[in-house]
Design a protein around this ligand. Structure first.
Ligand code: NAP
Length: 251
C-alpha cells in the first residue's frame, strides 16, 4: 500500500542508506535515492522498483553543496511530489591523529556530515510545514556517544548532528514534524569493511563481533528498521530522541 508521501534518503546508494531506501520504498513511500555515486543510486532505485515499489535515483548530488541540494530537492518535488520524509544518511569517515588533522580534512568531513543535513533540512522543511506533517531522521554515529580516538573530526561532526536533531525537534514539534537521530554502531557496510582493510578497526570485523553484547555485527537492515519505526505514524510522539542501534556496544 502506498502512503502517498515522498521520502528522500541521502547516501542511499550504499550500505545503510541502501537498506533504508529499500525499506521506505517497501513501506509505501515514493522514495528518492540521492547519492554522490550516480550508478549506485540507480542500482538501488532499480532494486526497489524490481520489487514493485516506487523509487527514483537522483545521482551525482553532493550534499555538501547547497546549490546541488536545492536543485535535487526541486527535481524530486517535481518528479515525486512534496518531500515529507528526509533521512540524512550520507556521510564520510576519517582517521587521523588529532594533531595531524588538516583544515582541509576537518572542513571536508564537517561539510558532508553536518552542513549536508543542514542544507537538506532547509530544502525540505517548507514542504513539511505546508503539509503539517514531516519526519526527519539523522544518521549520526555511536562514536559521538562514546568518543573515538583518531576520529575527532568525524566524531565532532556526528555529535553536532545530535545537537542539530535535538534543537530542530523543539522548533518543529508544533508543526507536526518530528526529528530524531539513529546513531549506528559497528554495521557491516562498505564503509566498515574499508576501515577493516586499512587496519583502522584494531582487529577484524569478526573479532569485534565477538566483543559485541549481541555477538554479531549490525546489518544495514537493523538501522533501516529503526528508521521505519521513527517515520511511522505511531512514532508521532517521539521527537528529539537518540535511538542507539549498536548491539549493546553503547548504552
Ligand atoms: P557507505 O557504505 O560508505 O555509504 C555512504 C554513501 O554515501 C555512499 O554511497 C557515498 O557515495 C555517499 N556519499 C558520501 N559522501 C556524499 C556526499 N557528499 N553527497 C552525497 N552522497 C555521499 O557508508 P555506511 O557505512 O552505509 O554509512 C552510512 C551512514 O552511517 C554514514 O553517515 C556513516 O557515518 C554512518 N555510520 C555508519 C557506521 C557503520 O558501522 N557502518 C557506524 C556509525 C555511523 P560514494 O561511495 O560515492 O562516496
Amino acid at each position: 500500500m502506498t502512503t502517498g508521501r515522498t521520502a528522500v534518503v541521502t547516501g542511499g546508494g550504499s550500505g545503510i542508506g541502501r537498506a533504508i531506501a529499500n525499506r521506505l520504498a517497501e513501506d509505501g513511500f515514493a522514495t528518492a535515492v540521492l547519492d554522490l555515486n550516480a550508478g549506485a543510486a540507480e542500482m538501488v532505485a532499480a532494486e526497489a522498483r524490481a520489487k514493485g515499489h516506487e523509487a527514483v535515483a537522483f545521482g551525482g548530488v553532493d550534499v555538501s553543496d547547497r546549490a546541488q541540494v536545492n536543485a535535487a530537492i526541486q527535481s524530486i518535488r517535481e518528479t515525486l511530489g512534496p518531500v515529507l520524509v528526509l533521512v540524512n544518511n550520507a556521510g564520510r569517515t576519517g582517521f587521523k591523529e588529532f594533531m595531524k588533522i588538516s583544515d582541509e580534512s576537518w572542513d571536508g568531513i564537517l561539510a558532508v556530515n553536518l552542513n549536508g543535513p543542514f542544507y537538506c533540512c532547509q530544502a525540505v522543511i517548507p514542504d513539511m510545514v505546508e503539509a503539517g506533517w514531516g519526519r526527519i531522521v539523522n544518521i549520526s554515529s555511536s562514536s559521538a556517544q562514546s568518543g573515538q580516538q583518531y576520529m575527532t573530526h568525524y566524531v565532532a561532526s556526528k555529535a553536532g548532528l545530535i545537537g542539530l536533531t535535538k534543537s530542530l525537534a523543539l522548533e518543529l514539534g508544533p508543526q507536526g514534524i518530528t526529528v530524531n537521530t539513529v546513531p549506528p554502531g559497528f554495521v557491516d557496510t562498505p564503509m566498515l569493511r574499508g576501515s577493516e582493510k586499512r587496519g583502522l578497526l584494531g582487529g577484524t570485523v569478526d573479532h569485534h563481533a565477538e566483543l559485541t553484547p549481541v555477538r554479531r555485527a549490525g546489518k544495514p537492515e537493523d538501522i533501516a528498521a529503526a528508521c521505519s519505526f521513527l517515520i511511522s505514524e505511531e512514532a508521532g510522539y517521539i521527537t528529539g530522541q537518540v535511538l542507539g542501534v549498536n548491539g549493546g556496544r553503547n548504552t
